[in-house]
Design a protein around this ligand. Structure first.
Ligand code: PMP
Length: 463
């Protein structure tokens, strides 16, 4: 399974320790290699020599097929603000499963689910459920183009909005906006890619092109604020889009129901025209939604379009608002509305960021943990600035410094953390849930200490 030729990797004690602990995962990975491209079913699971195979999960933890327990910071790719198997969500989805998974008809859970969204997100005058976040941003863009009669889309470098054709360039490559493999050049051409936070660029782009239908962004910055943007930028965007007749789309697939109960738009008091949701929305099951202004979502409405003499946008989708996702989502949003889940997750994340920074300081590693809300990111200082963790402000770091992490080092760090029972994401950061607690913070900090010591022993960090 080794796909890395480099000897620092194949001779690594970290890799050997990882292999030693994960033999059953290795067997499954061998079988998967004959089935799936790279042996995986989501790009984020690409890990050399192979990723762990997980069998079950509870609260903030998950267990692999070899019986190892991990503190989970993948958090269902952000879906699990309440942790794994929250009792209210599990009870609701179990009951829905027992009643039938697809009725080919309307059902009460979709009404409860929609009401739960409206309760938390005031701008959700109308909602249309989809099966994923990708589908939600696709529909948001289609609505924006149909509503404005314009074709252009402004996006920001590094911001991710799913994998459909209109959103591929400029996320992790093709920062010049050129088409990625399999995408028509004519589609990529109607995207204007700008630098995140650069309001002057937005002003100029809107002034130069009166055919811009919408501006879409991750409202706390790309990858949940790995490259953060300031709220003032959002307020300026709101004013500029309004002035130019372009729609403002908040992609709240990650931030929704996390940054605050009502997402980033409630936290920053900004009313976007449209929003996309997924992840937490569906309580850990598949599901997404586009929500926003009634006059825009009316383009999906049979009666409204007929009355206005407009052509309706079609929107089928076999699993839109399927009863199991609807029940889980309504239950999760109910817990979020009525508990302090968001605040608890935020507080634990803040103490984790501090704990990791304390370890980095005592181990003399020139990195910094940073972030807001219930997440953490790792600044790996690729350009060797003097470490000043206490005052490190990611707003002052460049896009390249924050995004371009040394891939081989991140990979080894992830493996070393896995060896010590911690699963972070591919950027060595993660998302917390309200189920994470003080002991998870302590254990994670200990794991970081052991991991950086291992890296140092292998010559990956200066002595
Ligand atoms: N937008 C953002 C901000 C996301 O983070 C993601 C998924 N990570 C998506 C859209 C796409 O959502 P999905 O994976 O449900 O298609």
């Amino acid at each position: 399974m080794d796909s890395i030729a480099d000897t620092t990797f194949t001779n690594s004690r970290i890799v050997a320790a990882y292999r030693e602990r994960t033999r059953r995962s290795a067997d499954l990975a061998s079988a998967a290699a004959g089935l799936f491209p790279s042996g995986i079913t989501h790009d984020a699971r690409h890990l050399d020599p192979y990723g762990i195979y997980v069998e079950r999960a509870q609260g903030p933890h998950k267990w692999d097929v070899d019986g190892n327990r991990y503190i989970d910071f993948f958090g269902g790719h952000g879906a699990l603000l309440l942790g794994h198997r929250h009792p209210a969500v599990t009870a609701a989805s179990d009951a829905a499963m027992a009643a039938g998974t697809h009725f080919g008809a309307n059902h009460s859970a979709e009404v409860r689910w929609g009401q739960a969204v409206q309760r938390l997100v005031p701008a959700a005058e109308r909602i249309r459920f989809t099966s994923s976040g990708t589908e939600a941003t696709l529909m948001a863009l289609r609505l924006a183009r149909a509503y404005t009669g314009r074709s252009g889309l402004i996006r920001f470098r590094g911001h991710f909005h799913g994998w459909h054709d209109h959103m591929t360039s400029g996320y992790s490559n093709h920062f010049d906006g050129s088409a990625t493999p399999g995408v028509l050049a004519s589609i990529a051409e109607r995207t204007v890619l700008l630098d995140p936070g650069a309001i002057a660029q937005v002003r100029a782009a809107l002034a130069a092109d009166d055919d811009i239908a919408a501006v879409i962004l991750e409202p706390t910055g790309s990858s949940f604020g790995q490259v953060p943007i300031r709220p003032e930028f959002l307020h300026e965007l709101r004013k500029l889009t309004e002035a130019h007749g372009a729609l403002l789309i908040f992609d709240e697939v990650v931030t929704g129901f996390r940054v605050s109960r009502g997402g980033a738009q409630v936290a920053f008091d900004i009313r976007p025209d449209l929003s996309s949701f997924a992840k937490i929305l569906a309580g850990g099951l598949p599901g997404g939604a586009v929500a926003g202004r009634r006059d825009i979502l009316d383009l999906l409405d049979f009666e409204a379009t007929r009355a206005a003499g407009q052509e309706k946008i079609q929107h089928p989708g076999t699993f839109n608002a399927n009863p199991v996702s609807a029940a889980a989502g309504a239950a999760a949003l109910g817990v979020i509305a009525e508990s302090d889940a968001n605040d608890r997750a935020d507080a634990t994340a803040a103490s984790l960021r501090t704990a990791i920074n304390d370890v980095l300081a005592s181990e003399d590693v020139p990195w910094a943990a940073y972030g807001t809300s219930s997440g953490f990111h790792l600044f790996m200082n690729p350009h060797g600035r003097p470490p000043d963790r206490a005052r490190f402000d990611a707003h002052d770091a460049s896009f390249a410094e924050l995004k371009e992490q040394p891939a081989a080092l991140v990979r080894k760090l992830r493996l070393a953390l896995l060896v010590h029972g911690v699963d972070v994401n591919g950027r060595a950061g993660g998302l917390l849930s309200c189920a994470h607690g003080a002991s998870d913070v302590t254990e994670t900090a200990d794991a970081f200490r052991e991991a950086v010591r291992m890296l140092r022993q292998e010559g990956e960090l200066p002595h």
